[in-house]
Design a protein around this ligand. Structure first.
Ligand SMILES: C[S@@+](CC[C@H](N)C(=O)[O-])C[C@H]1O[C@@H](n2cnc3c(N)ncnc32)[C@H](O)[C@@H]1O
Length: 174
């Protein structure tokens, strides 16, 4: 996959959720993870992140939005269920970006929302767990930027010949 991404959470308070976000980020190939104003209890993630993401990718802990040090040309993409957000299935993910999600109780702060170049929402009737929202966002990124062949018209996946053909096309394009 081209480009890179980081993912973080503002005001997270539960270690189980942070551990799940980190494990998910690691599994989807994040380049870094971060917290913003995390509750100290949330940082005790050893039991919940069994993939030991901290040993494999950079983990930043920032206290306030002003402390954040994102790479140059790395826009912030807020993930929040709010009126002005763009539906995730219609969103074009930037090649390089950092996603940010909100706390278990509450939403992304106004200050962080103002820093975001884009805000996206997952089309659900109400808020889902923050680590699930992280997983769905990264899955959507993988679907749209992962270079998978288009789905066939009929139910089922592309057959072996079509998959091999797609691989050859991708190889030539790279
Ligand atoms: C459990 S939700 C916050 C609780 C929610 N504000 C409430 O009180 O109902 C935690 C975070 O998950 C993310 N989230 C959950 N559902 C979402 C959705 N449908 N679309 C986008 N983000 C979502 C947002 O980042 C949100 O701040």
């Amino acid at each position: 996959m081209r480009g890179y991404f980081g993912i973080g959470v503002e005001g997270i308070s539960k270690a189980a959720n942070l551990g799940a976000v980190m494990r998910t980020a690691h599994a989807f190939g994040a380049s870094f993870v971060y917290t913003l104003g995390a509750h100290h209890k949330a940082l005790q993630i050893n039991k919940t992140d069994t993939s030991r993401a901290q040993s494999h990718l950079p983990f930043y802990q920032w206290e306030t939005p002003a402390d954040m040090r994102l790479p140059l040309a790395c826009p912030l993409v807020g993930v929040e269920l709010c009126e002005q957000a763009v539906d995730l299935p219609s969103f074009r993910h930037p090649l390089a970006c950092a996603y940010i999600l909100g706390p278990e109780q509450g939403s992304l702060s106004g200050e962080v929302q103002d820093m975001c170049s884009h805000i996206v929402k997952i089309p659900t009737k109400f808020c889902i767990n923050v680590s699930l929202a992280a997983a769905l966002t990264l899955y959507d990124r993988t679907l749209s930027l992962g270079g998978y062949p288009p789905r066939p018209l009929m139910p089922g996946g592309p057959d072996l010949a079509a998959r091999e053909n797609w691989k050859a096309i991708k190889k030539r394009a790279n």
